[in-house]
Design a protein around this ligand. Sequence first.
Ligand code: GLC
Ligand code: CA
Length: 551
Amino acid sequence: MTQPWWKDAVVYQVYPLSFNDSNGDGIGDLPGIIEKLDYLKELGINVIWLSPIFRSPNDDNGYDVSDYQAIMAEFGTMADFDRLLAEAHARGIRILLDLVLNHTSDEHAWFQESRQSRDNPKSDWYIWRDGKAGGPPNNWESIFSGSAWRYYEDRDQYCLHLFSSKQPDLNWENQDVREALYTMIRWWLDKGVDGFRIDAITHIRKEQGFPDMPNPKGLEVVNATPMHRNVEGIQPYIADLGANTFAHYDIMTVGEAAGVSVDDAPNWVAPEQHKFNMLFQFEQIKLWGSDVDAALNLPALRDTLTRWQKGLEGQGWNALFVENHDIARVVSTWGNAEQYWRESATAIATMYFLMQGTPFIYQGQELGMTNFPFERLDQFDDVAVRNLAAEEMANGWTEADILEQIRNSARDNARTPMQWDSSPNGGFTSGTPWLAVNPNTEWLNAEQQRRDPNSVFAFYQQLIRLRAEHSSLVHGHYDLELPTHDQVYAYTRTGTDDRYLVLTNLSDEPADISACKVDLEAAERLLGNLDDNGQPSTLRPWEARVLRCAD
Ligand code: GLC
Ligand code: CA
């Protein structure tokens, strides 16, 4: 049986604002990405996921689209995009776009029309409701703080926005809306893009009747099924989307799936359905939480990833990831960025990269980029932080309190510019970067690591190569080893005639692994992030090894 190409792919997420600035305005752009394609080729990836590049006023960094069929002015032109696509394809690299279908910008022509009156042709393209008792229609809160409703005088009505007030939600109950989106999607597919990451897609259906929520604030943790996330009745919409678009092309699709449990996941990814190929699940993201320390909880991580590995085996396919533009840098949260920076970056890489699924690397992760040393609130750009800070200031919090709360978890940790070299702006721009470059670019940068055979970058190259050379590391069965070890995440991958053991010590202490069922003496060492010290049954702090089992 031939496997679809995206199972063997390795995806690299580019956050265009922060990747590479070609014209000195301080903002990354499409020509800047073209300049770095050879770097990506050298790393070994074969798919790029571009965070949104569409025309946008950038209230939420492109996740507020004002024209789906035009390029963000700061990023360049459609001709630049066509060139990027052609240059990537010429190198055997495919391109995924980031489809934002739950909402548009309030500056989109559809919204501009919709907001005019209660009876214009697009009046029902967004979610409009009358107020209640002089306030919004219900108590729903925006994921970016405050009420999820914004009042518009022209209609004397409120419009729903689950994200920022400049991101009104589209009304998916309206078939004209869906068809307009499908036409746009097919236009990109006919242009030759290779697939999509689909943004916030579990939010497209809302509980009809719009009742109050019991606990609008706690929706991330407390409400297993809040009224606008994976709501009953969403599947017909997902099926309709797939049938009218994805099903007709040989592409890759990955849905951002907050609120989908592993039991429900096959409804989203079972191969014969033509919905999505894989999901970014959030059970794993919740493990970072909004905890100040957000330290690694090994049993919870192991339990979550194993449930998804076993739950989707034969039912679908997993998207493997530890970073993206919405979460802090993994070496700073789960790793030890001080004492064991290189070791922990490479151990975490080994832990997730060789599971069953398609691995994703977020830009800079392949260098072990770290969180930014934020000291003041004005160093943040993210609308989620700005809204939260305003709300908390109004409640009497001090700047220090707020900083303490968000410093280690804020999304801007992942959004600082890519660190290309040791110059003050990291080689990202010749101008002033839109968000400050991490000062550690002095020693932590691509130029240095490309020359160093022991670098994090070199290790990612080896992981990619290893996965390409051993098909069972992609397709084989996953089984936990040492399932209750309190320092070590270990698993085997078993194919028809070969078996591998992945061993990672995710702690600052040495770990005894002699209880391992695999014959460690007889196994052949394929990769390690430390030298071979001839001690097969002990892992040093943050040591990772990949072995081929003898039996
Ligand atoms: C997704 C994106 C995030 C964005 C939000 C609203 O979660 O990953 O960056 O803010 O959707 O579009
Ligand atoms: Ca630029």
